[in-house]
Design a protein. Sequence first.
Length: 205
Amino acid sequence: TIITVSVLVMLIFGSIANYITRRQTLADVGALQQSSADSHGRALGDFLLQETNSLAILANQFSGEVTIANANYSGGPTAIQAQIDLFDKEWQAAVEAENDASPLVSSRLKNGTAAELREYRNTLQENVEVFLTDKYGAIIASTNRTSDYYQADEEWWQSAYNNGRGAIYVGTIEYDDSAKIFASDIAVPVYAQNSRRVIGVLRTT
């Protein structure tokens, strides 16, 4: 009887000790995971802030180019949208044919602004695709052939344009068709010179 009771007591205390040890181990692991998550979260936040600031500085350099692009349209809103839609169809045909030599696509990939965007991408190599649009959402210049010419129907564009008031957009990580990579989109408004009037949007992937 004494042996049986002793064994039972040992088993009970062993189970209690094992339970306490497991709980403590889980608590320690949880604390380590929380600390790691906090550290990674801060690092990611700092990284995105740095990327956003760099993109905003770049956007300030293009107010002249965007102003000229916006002035090239003629007619009212309906006529302007019809012209953009026509260019978008031409762009889509080039995308389907994988044709960067298309006059429209080539004009957006090989202008001076596109060269500056490529220099930015090559310097900050976490950027895989950078492009600039006018106030109507049409592509002015790009490092890559984007999947669309018209961008104003995209959530990121609407958020950054923000009805002409401007805002910073940071997207979730998802697959980007034109860049062929899982990434996050960051978009910032382009303001008119010495003004808070939004005249375009600059986006990076």
